[in-house]
Design a protein around this ligand. Structure first.
Ligand code: SF4
Length: 414
């Protein structure tokens, strides 16, 4: 049967080499990073150790993780030859995110609120995302509209979490990002069942998105820690959230196994406005990254997303991914009247800092939320982006990308 590995896009050697880890995990030829993190022994008492010492330990174990990951990538070592320790780097990740939740610094806002108080006490202080401990999922399904490298032939297993840490006035997922109470509360255990169901139905990755996934870091890391070859425990509940439940995807354990262990690439589909600490944890569990890079200009980021420190934060993480040899592909949403201030400087930055990185230059911008003149929410302050792009703007961007030797065509047009 025609499958993911048969897609012609993998004949492009540059694409294949930049996404080689993701490809191998998707094909179950290599183990996902979380399976590697489970092989790194952690020999401190997690509950009694102060958080700064936990971070010191995390730094040390991350070094071991990267050494092991590189050896596994090159084929020198296989995880099947390694014992699973009683306490591992994954357990340390769980302990760290659970503690971070009590003084939340999952993202760059660094609100430092105790999110464990919020769900039961309406007067408790909330951060920018307004979330407590519970995570809600608005929907999940086999996404057939993502880039070909992600949607493959059976779709990208996409999970939409509610709420967000940005306030984009043009948000095209406003029903999810602006309504934190949308969707259904899923526990980590239920979420791990969603991962397993989707993968057994043949998806090529678990695509964590929102809103933004970073505000749900604790739920996601706990769910990943629960992934194993178990039978589904919550099918009656999770099936109600599955928006393509009416499509019959044959389930098979064989779709999901690396030497009898549950395996799936974790895809982080995010605005990248996360904290350094969140990034450190994610480096040990995320197999492929899909960052947005929206603005270059500070004033544009503040006015249109109410976000300070935008470009420095997001571009810093992207540069780090590039320098570390991680698998990633960027998305840039081209917006009308923002070529000179945002798109062109972003392309120049890419040429200078991350040459030949993969990017999807998205020309499908349409006015939404506060930028759509046909709605009551419309605010004329945003008239610069109250229309679609015209062909002249699109052509200018593609010409600039060509002049800059940007690697966009194969991702953008497939
Ligand atoms: S996730 Fe970000 S926005 Fe939400 S409370 Fe934590 S630091 Fe604040």
């Amino acid at each position: 049967m025609y499958g993911f590995g048969d897609l012609k896009i993998w004949n492009d050697l540059e694409i294949k080499s930049k996404l080689s880890w993701y490809y191998e995990v998707a094909m179950n030829k290599k183990p996902a990073k979380y399976l590697i993190s489970r092989r790194i022994a952690c020999d401190i008492d997690l509950k009694s150790t102060p958080i700064n010492e936990l971070w010191d330990c995390h730094e040390k174990l991350s070094d071991q993780f990267f050494d092991l990951w590189h050896n596994i990538k090159s084929g020198e070592i296989d995880i099947i030859d390694l014992q699973q320790p009683k306490i591992s780097l994954m357990d340390l990740n769980v302990e760290l995110v659970n503690r971070m939740l009590r003084s939340c610094n999952f993202c760059r806002w660094n609100c430092r609120v105790d999110r464990t108080l919020v769900d039961d006490d309406p007067s408790a202080k909330t951060g920018t995302c307004q979330l407590g401990e519970k995570s809600r999922v608005s929907s999940y399904f086999h996404h057939r509209g993502e880039e070909l490298i992600f949607r493959g032939v059976l779709g990208s297993g996409t999970i939409f979490f509610t709420s967000c840490n940005l306030r984009c006035v043009f948000c095209q997922n406003g029903d999810i990002s602006k309504d934190k109470d949308n969707g259904v509360v899923l526990t980590p255990s239920e979420l791990s069942d969603v991962f397993i169901l989707l993968r057994e139905e043949g998806v090529h990755n678990i695509n964590l998105v929102g809103g933004d996934p970073s505000v749900h870091l604790h739920t996601i890391i706990n769910a990943i820690n629960e992934l194993d070859n178990h039978e589904l425990r919550h099918i009656n509940k999770i099936i109600k959230v599955k928006s393509d439940f009416y499509v019959s995807y044959p389930r098979s354990k064989q779709n999901s196994l690396y030497h009898n262990e549950f395996n799936v690439p974790i895809l982080w589909n995010s605005n990248f406005f996360m904290s350094d600490q969140a990034f450190r944890i994610l480096l040990t569990v995320v197999d492929v990254w899909l960052p947005d890079l929206k603005f270059h200009n500070k004033k544009c980021a503040s006015r249109l997303s109410r976000t300070p420190w935008y470009f420095d934060t997001v571009s810093g993480f992207i540069k780090d991914l590039h320098d570390r040899g991680e698998d990633f592909s960027i998305r840039h949403l081209i917006m009308p009247n923002h070529l000179e201030c945002c798109t062109f400087p972003i392309l120049d930055w890419m040429t200078e800092n991350i040459p030949r990185a993969l990017i999807n230059l998205m020309d499908q911008y349409h006015p939404d939320s506060y930028t759509n003149p046909n709605t009551r929410e419309y605010n004329p302050r945003y008239k610069d982006i109250n229309r679609k792009l015209n062909s002249n703007e699109i052509n200018k961007v593609m010409k600039k990308a060509d002049d800059n030797n940007i690697n966009y065509k194969i991702i953008t047009y497939n």
